[in-house]
Design a protein around this ligand. Structure first.
Ligand code: GAR
Length: 208
């Protein structure tokens, strides 16, 4: 049984989608802990109701990013994870942290990477006149919002879209894509070759 740790900073709707898919699809894996940098992250209550261990490592209690990441890493290591999933975790991680979890650390980002790294992705996509938007699940590497792409979900940008409307349309697809992508990782169905990720059985990595 593989062990998954999920990191959140807020609502945790992707975390919930992963927990539900893991149980409903009977993965050979379980979500063993949900860790947040914020004690008031709404998603923690859901995890607790599911009987999943939770932990808070408050970034404000640490003098430097390195100190915070060291504390976060040891909290995560305590759960001996095979996979660590960032799900709306809104802290930039140090190179040391990323190296420690290399190959088992994945993230969902609300844009079609490599476009729109960073924040306010939906507003920026609308302002750029994009006709397509979406989200990306990728392996985490030291460069922010870069790293080999495991899956992408695409949605239209509609005339008159607000960032909120576009965000809701993208989030719905994240909830389908992220559990699938994580399930591939924990079931050893991903191959990484020269920075390109393929699914070993040829499952479509594009979610339309
Ligand atoms: C999601 O849309 C996710 O893609 C985004 O935050 C939201 C979290 O929602 N992540 C980032 O912006 C990471 N840079 P959730 O807490 O309901 O899963």
């Amino acid at each position: 049984m593989k062990r998954i740790v999920i990191l959140i900073s807020g609502r945790g709707s992707n975390m919930q989608a992963i927990v539900r898919a893991c149980a409903a699809e009977r993965w050979s894996a379980q979500v063993v802990a949900v860790v947040s940098n914020r004690a008031d992250a709404a998603g923690l209550a859901f995890a607790q109701r599911q009987g999943i261990a939770t932990a808070v490592v408050d970034h404000r209690a640490y003098a430097s990013r390195e100190d915070f990441d060291a504390a976060l890493a040891s909290a995560i290591e305590g759960y001996a994870p095979d996979a660590v999933a960032l799900a709306g975790f809104m802290r930039i991680l140090t190179d040391g942290f990323v190296a420690r979890f290399a190959g088992r650390l994945v993230n969902v980002h609300p844009s079609l990477l490599p476009a729109f790294t960073g924040l306010h992705t939906h507003r920026r996509a609308i302002e750029a006149g994009c006709k397509l938007a979406g989200a990306t699940v990728h392996f985490v590497t030291p460069a922010l919002d870069h790293g080999p792409i495991i899956a992408q979900a695409v949605v239209p940008v509609l005339p008159g879209d607000t960032p909120e409307a576009l965000s809701a349309r993208v989030l719905e697809r994240e909830h389908v894509m992220y559990p699938r992508a994580l399930s591939w990782l924990v079931h050893d169905q991903l191959r990484l070759d020269g920075g390109v990720v393929t699914h070993t059985q040829g499952e479509p990595q594009l979610f339309l």
